[in-house]
Design a protein around this ligand. Structure first.
Ligand SMILES: [Zn+2]
Length: 297
């Protein structure tokens, strides 16, 4: 009896150790079994409705700073079984130039709902469906679009994403939503990523982006003046309630051909990786603000 109990505990610890980030979209209703925050009240994504939002003409613009920076190291795309993920290379600014230069060099956002803090870009990933008709996580005015790109930023007052996500003001995610159509042209801003997806169709594979990687290219042509913003969470376990969301209302066009490249990725069971978006969460008593810019007459 004692032996089997010890064995059980050891097995449980071992399972936890070898699969610390294991989760499946098909049983997302059970995420909270292992990650209690997934059932809390500040979860994402939510439905965003123009009519139910607090319209603001005063909220400052969101600024993208150093988004033109050319990363000095190679940038790698990985298939982590849940998405195509790009961890932006660590530029050791601190040892090279001292911490004071951190804010002057790295791609970052500030302004908007972010108060006085600066948020450094850390990673980029995507959520999609099984067809062009769905795939985005946030639903805007009852429409779910083809794909949603997340650029995750860490509040520079925290040293790592792991520390930042334990704090309510730790992370800011900008969400850019795409709509694919058969007759759309390619969205050239994503080409440097999409042209490498053939190399990461299988789980746990990586590839280097061959061309120069500039974050700003990913949001080419985006009208960033108008956005929804609210306080939410990571949309994957551990569902940390640490994210200030900025979801742009400008929907970018991409081609059906480009989207097909995402739809060919495979997960750790070697099945097609699709519908990697979380279901809508309750908005509860939270306020969603819709920033609009005053039209000049
Ligand atoms: Zn995401």
């Amino acid at each position: 009896m004692a032996n089997s109990l010890v064995f059980g505990v050891v097995l449980a610890l071992w399972i936890q150790y070898v699969s610390p980030a294991s989760f499946e979209y098909v049983n997302q209703a059970k995420w909270y079994d292992d990650y209690s925050q997934c059932s809390f009240k500040r979860q994402s994504p939510i439905e965003l409705n123009t009519n139910e939002s607090k319209i603001s003409y005063d909220l400052p613009k969101l600024y993208f700073n150093n988004y033109q920076m050319l990363y000095p190291q190679k940038v790698v795309v990985e298939n982590n079984g849940h998405t195509a993920n790009i961890n932006l290379p660590k530029v050791d600014v601190e040892s090279l130039f001292g911490k004071s230069l951190l804010n002057q060099i790295l791609p970052q956002i500030y302004g908007g709902p972010l108060h006085a803090d600066r948020f450094i870009a850390e990673s980029v990933h995507f959520h999609w469906g099984s067809k062009d008709t769905h795939g985005s996580e946030h639903v805007i005015d009852s429409t779910r679009h083809t794909m949603e790109m997340h650029i995750l930023h860490r509040n520079s007052k925290y040293d790592t994403v792991e520390v930042a996500r334990e704090n309510p003001d730790g992370l800011a995610v900008t969400a850019v939503i795409f709509q694919a159509h058969e007759d759309n042209y390619d969205f050239s801003g994503l080409n440097s990523v999409i042209e490498r997806l053939d190399m990461v169709e299988n789980y746990n594979t990586t590839t280097e982006i061959e061309s120069f990687f500039i974050l700003d290219n990913l949001i080419t042509g985006l009208d960033s003046d108008s956005y929804f913003t609210y306080e939410g969470s990571l949309t994957t376990p551990p569902c940390s309630e640490s994210v200030t969301w900025v979801v742009f209302t400008d929907i970018l066009p991409m081609s059906h051909f480009q989207m097909k490249k995402f739809h060919k990725l495979r997960d750790e069971h070697n099945t097609v990786l699709q519908n990697n978006y979380r279901s809508l969460q309750a908005k509860g008593s939270r306020v969603v603000t819709l920033r609009k810019h005053a039209v000049k007459k």
